[in-house]
Design a protein around this ligand. Sequence first.
Ligand code: NAI
Length: 462
Amino acid sequence: MASYDVIIIGGGPGGYVCAIRCAQLGLKTACVEGRETLGGTCLNVGCIPSKALLFASHQLHEAQTNFAKMGLKGKSPSVDWPQMQTYKDDVVSQNTKGIEFLFKKNKIDWIKGWASIPQAGKVKVGDDLHDTKNIVIATGSESSALPGVEVDEKIVVTSTGALSLPKVPKKMIVIGAGVIGLELGSVYARLGSEVTVIEFLDAVTPGMDGEIAKTLQRTLKKQGLKFIMGAAVQKVDTTKTKAKLMYKLRKDDSEHQLDADVVLVATGRKPFTNGLGLEALGIGLSPRGQIQTDSHWATNVSGVYAIGDAIDGPMLAHKAEDEGMAVAEVLAGKAGHVNYGVIPGVIYTSPEVASVGQTEEQLKDAGRVYKVGKFPFMGNARAKAMFAGEGFVKILADAETDRILGAHIIGPNAGEIIHEICVAMEFGAAAQDIALTCHAHPTVSEAVREAALACGDGAIHA
Ligand code: NAI
């Protein structure tokens, strides 16, 4: 078998980006992937297909709610679900083929199959044993199981099944008001499902800035999603076509029941490392099953590295990509680096939510003295023209030095406009640096500048 400088196990955003960077840096590279297509969970059954459905359902919502107001008349479109699925599948296939092309272009061998690591320096796929100087584990994550709830991917589904339902369900229950639950829950609500989100805690999206989380929940409620908060799911029973969910309210232990056509379980994900042979290899794992690595993504076994959802940190495709590029540089003898303090997080609801850096709660807990610059999209002309005046930009800056410590946005294009703040933070900028930067008018990005101005002498349009 061919001998490699590096074999990457997993062809998701962490693995394939790592492979491309390794090849670009002159390393003889292979990537093992057992799926039919490259791209991992994100491209095949995660970020990308869900964004296609988000876009389509958002267009429908716009047509239903805003077209007539703009003087665009005509019959409101209805949902052709098989066609929407075809559109979604086309988007996925264009992207997965794109990675295959990039592999060929960069002379990366795609070893098809599921890998195990019998010893350092060897990767086994099927009956073949491949020699390699280094191994990078980029095997991603899978949905966590919930006791009493059996997933069949038909009636009780994870995000994977939720993306390919045979029809738009009349009634859907979402367990977990996290990122997946709110994104997919709002897609189906816009497509006409009656959606109830059931959450163990008292707030949605734990870990997010509290003010943003409250605004997001209020906005989604207005869009028709129902929320049952502080509820512990006991079990889900299914017939051929229906589900019955039993839950207890934490405040008084009272028992309740809900019926639905589909139940989406979105209560978190866990590292996927099954079948790699990590135990026999002696690779250190955390109690939560994450592969333990040092600051250069090296495990305790020489020549074996790990990145992405399989290790500690936020389970985000772009965090995995950054680690993939950085570990490639380490393997090529360069200084790979990831700034974990500036990793944006985006929730692709409508309006979008985006955040970077510290939340107000984290700053309070750390006893930091900070100031808040806020600006509502109602004061932004471009947002109002798009019926997107809901939400705000919030910048948190050090009270003394004005250095930006975090930023949180709920509103139009939040996932795009957060990046100027990310760049500013990478450069250690002060809020005033953004405030003094000319922003084109009229753009929604002006709201970012206004929030930065609000950290100083005040916003202009508030
Ligand atoms: P999550 O961790 O974001 O949210 C899970 C939610 O379920 C939490 O609010 C939690 O309190 C709740 N929960 C847990 N057990 C429960 C129970 N028994 N009953 C009721 N509620 C319960 O997990 P999620 O949404 O499944 O996403 C998994 C991972 O995928 C996350 O790390 C997320 O960051 C990532 N992801 C990111 C996306 C993005 O960046 N846009 C999109 C999709 C996933």
